[in-house]
Design a binder for this molecule. Sequence first.
Ligand SMILES: [Zn+2]
Length: 200
Amino acid sequence: MGDQAGGHAALAELLSGNRRFVSGQPVHGHDVTAAAAVASGDQQPYAVVLGCIDSRVPLEAIFDQTFGSICVIRTGAHVLDRAVCGSIEYVVGQLGVRLVMVLGHERCGAVGSAVDALRSGRRPGGALGYVVDRITPAVREVGADDPDAHPLAVRRHVRRTVAALRADDLLAGPVAAGEVAVVGALYDLATGEVALLPEE
Ligand SMILES: [Zn+2]
């Protein structure tokens, strides 16, 4: 299996896991036990998923994954920082993972905060301000005053995050060579379904 095929196979497995979850027939969903954790032995993850902290979007569950199968990183609205990028570089460079998925979701509170901040002109303080600042460009691109600014910005922010990862110092080469795929997707809170965002 070539590197490109590895990325495709990884994506197929992630999406089929989501279908198992949606259909109510997970293979791993019931097996959240210490025994299953111990049985996983060494980790051989095949994908890394970067998602939001939203408590309704537990990534291992919605992809029906088990111990050792995927690496998960979660920040508010999957905002990137150096630690997130370095973690993904580790998973790709050291663990040989060929697929990076950025997963946004409908009704994202962090994106909502960025929309509110632009509309009101009041930026949150503290580190939350940093998170909002990282989402703000997506809101500006779709237009903060657009009635659909929130859902549009959710999608735009996924695309921006994907683009940033494809341009990452250590990921750009493998991505250009077709060895690593970075894809964007959306989680639908109403159905549990994950849908890939089409390339633009
Ligand atoms: Zn969110």
